[in-house]
Ligand binder design. Structure first.
Ligand code: C5P
Length: 229
C-alpha cells in the first residue's frame, strides 16, 4: 500500500511548502485539475526538484474522443509523471488507443480508469449509466483490465470485489480515506486506513486530514507507521 497525498491547497506556494515538509517520506502526490490548470507542468518539475523520488499522480480524468485522449496521454508521459487517469466511460477504443500510444515509452506512466465519481448517488448515477454504481463500477473495472490498463479509481468498498473480478495485481486507488476516523467533510462513504488495508486498497488518497492538520508531517508519519504495521 502506498499513501497518496492530495495537494489540494489553494496556491502553488502552499502546495510546495507542504511537499517540502513531506520530502523525507516515500509517498505519492496527487496533482489535480485546479492545480494543474493554474500551475502547469512547471509545478510537476518543482515537485520533482524537491524530491526526485516523489511519485506523481496527475489526476486529470481524461475524457474525449480516442485520438485526442491518446495525444494527451503522450504529452502526459513526456512530462514524466508516474500515473494518470482517464474516464472508463470514454470506452474500449479510447482505452486501447491510450495504452497503444504509451507502449513506445520505456517507462510509461501507470494508467487508471475512473469508474464512478463519488459525487453521484445511486439515482443520479443510474440516470446516466442505466445501472447501479456497484454493478457499473465492476463492469468498468473488468473492461479496463481487459484493455490493458493498470487499475481503477474506485470506492474503498469496491476494491476487493474489483480485484476478485480482475486480478490481485490490478491496482485500486481510493479517495475518501479518513486515516483515523477524522471529519468526513463532503465525502460520503469514508474508510480508515485499517479498512482500506482489509479491502486491499493499493493507493489510499488523503487530502484534508493531512493538509488541514496542525502538523501534517506528524500525520503522514502516523499513517505510514500504521501502513507498515
Ligand atoms: O480531502 P480529501 O481527503 O477528501 O481529498 C480527496 C481527494 O480525492 C480530492 O482531491 C478529491 O478531489 C479526490 N477525489 C475524490 N473522489 C473521486 C475522485 C477524486 O474525492 N471519485
Amino acid at each position: 500500500m502506498k499513501l497518496c497525498v492530495a495537494l489540494d491547497l489553494p496556491t502553488a506556494n502552499e502546495n510546495l511548502k507542504l511537499a517540502k515538509e513531506l520530502k523525507g517520506y516515500d509517498i505519492w502526490l496527487k496533482v489535480g485539475f485546479r492545480t494543474y490548470i493554474r500551475d502547469g507542468k512547471e509545478f510537476i518539475y518543482n515537485l520533482k526538484e524537491i524530491n526526485p523520488n516523489f511519485k506523481i499522480f496527475l489526476d486529470l480524468k481524461l475524457y474525449d474522443i480516442p485520438n485526442t485522449m491518446a495525444d494527451a496521454s503522450e504529452e502526459i508521459a513526456k512530462i514524466g509523471v508516474d500515473m494518470f487517469n482517464i474516464h472508463a466511460s470514454a470506452g474500449e477504443v479510447a482505452m486501447k488507443m491510450v495504452m497503444d500510444r504509451l507502449s513506445k515509452f520505456e517507462n510509461r506512466p501507470l494508467v487508471l480508469a475512473v469508474t464512478a465519481l463519488t459525487s453521484f448517488d445511486d439515482d443520479s448515477f443510474r440516470k446516466i449509466y442505466g445501472k447501479s454504481i456497484d454493478e457499473k463500477a465492476r463492469e468498468f473495472a473488468i473492461m479496463s483490465y481487459q484493455n490493458g490498463l493498470d487499475g481503477v479509481v474506485c470506492s474503498t468498498f469496491e476494491s476487493k470485489e474489483i480485484k476478485e473480478a480482475t486480478s490481485g495485481e490490478f491496482l485500486t486507488l481510493c479517495p475518501a480515506i479518513r486515516p483515523f476516523g477524522e471529519d468526513a467533510g463532503d465525502q460520503k462513504r469514508v474508510a480508515t486506513i485499517e479498512v482500506a488495508e482489509e479491502e486491499l486498497v493499493d493507493f489510499p488518497v488523503v487530502g484534508r486530514p493531512i493538509y488541514r492538520d496542525t502538523n501534517p508531517t506528524q500525520k503522514v508519519k502516523e499513517i505510514l507507521s500504521k501502513i507498515e504495521d
